[in-house]
Design a protein around this ligand. Structure first.
Ligand code: GLP
Length: 242
């Protein structure tokens, strides 16, 4: 296939599709290099600027990554985010990754107005505020900030969550089995603090999630999480219309 100069589809976008086909046809493996910008420009009769536009796009989509001075390589496929009431640990294990957690902040705080409202608590009810960096195979994936009412899990601040599943601790130590939840996901960008934790340039895209999880009708956790958009994708099954 070649670039069609008469097509209404911009050339950089045509090249993206051609490269995606080429990656499949050649059976390119993760971390294998793709041809240089010069080779691609010559091969497809395109300017370096157009080729760079395509590569920039594919890098921002998480399909390719650049190593300065070395070239451009095929990135790992993105991880599909579960849309179930699963824990990060369960989710990563199910996908063949080794889950991890690094404790960043553990504090008991009075719930802020918005947290209290969202959790159905009286203003300033004490909550465990937990901030963790979540990793998969040792690589930073998400920053998660959870709030859990202290009366539901007294002493939770004494349990280390480094490398441990919060949901497993809630279940094993407090007999709390989450039975329902709701989640909102929206596009966002990394603030400087999260960018540093995730090892990404400031302003990188993230998937911002807000989850409320319940047990027996009571809100157990209200969490906000920022997942790397270059490593995560959302997939959901679509049921027929009723
Ligand atoms: C998901 C949710 C978080 C929750 C976490 C628990 O990532 N988005 O709200 O805190 O799972 O995961 P784990 O039990 O592995 O600590």
């Amino acid at each position: 296939m070649a670039i069609d100069p008469t097509s209404p589809v911009p050339k950089y976008s045509q090249l993206r599709d051609l490269l995606l086909d080429w990656i499949v046809e050649t059976g390119l493996s993760v971390d294998d290099p793709i041809p240089s910008e010069r080779e691609l420009g010559q091969g497809y009769g395109l300017s370096r600027m157009t080729v760079r536009q395509t590569i920039d796009l594919m890098v921002s989509e998480g399909k390719l990554y650049r190593v300065p001075g070395k070239g451009t390589f095929l990135a790992r496929p993105k991880i599909e985010m579960s849309l179930a009431l699963a824990s990060f640990t369960e989710d990563m294990r199910a996908r063949g990754y080794r889950p991890g957690a690094q404790d960043l902040v553990r504090r008991v705080l009075p719930a802020s107005g918005s947290t209290a409202r969202a959790m159905g608590l009286a203003p300033e009810t004490p909550v465990h505020h937990i901030e963790r960096l979540r990793t998969a195979d040792g690589e930073p994936m998400a920053v998660e900030r959870s709030n859990i009412p202290v009366d539901l899990a007294p002493g939770l601040d004494r349990h280390s969550l480094a490398g441990r599943s919060l949901y497993a601790v809630l279940e094993q130590e407090y007999g709390i089995i989450l039975d329902s939840g709701e989640q909102t996901i929206e596009a966002g960008v990394c603030d400087p603090a999260d960018a540093k934790l995730l090892g990404l340039p400031q302003g990188s895209p993230v998937l911002s999630m807000r989850r409320r999880s319940f047990a027996n009708g009571r809100c157990v956790e209200m969490a906000t999480s920022r997942y790397r958009a270059d490593r995560y994708t959302l997939h959901s099954r679509l049921d027929p219309r009723r």
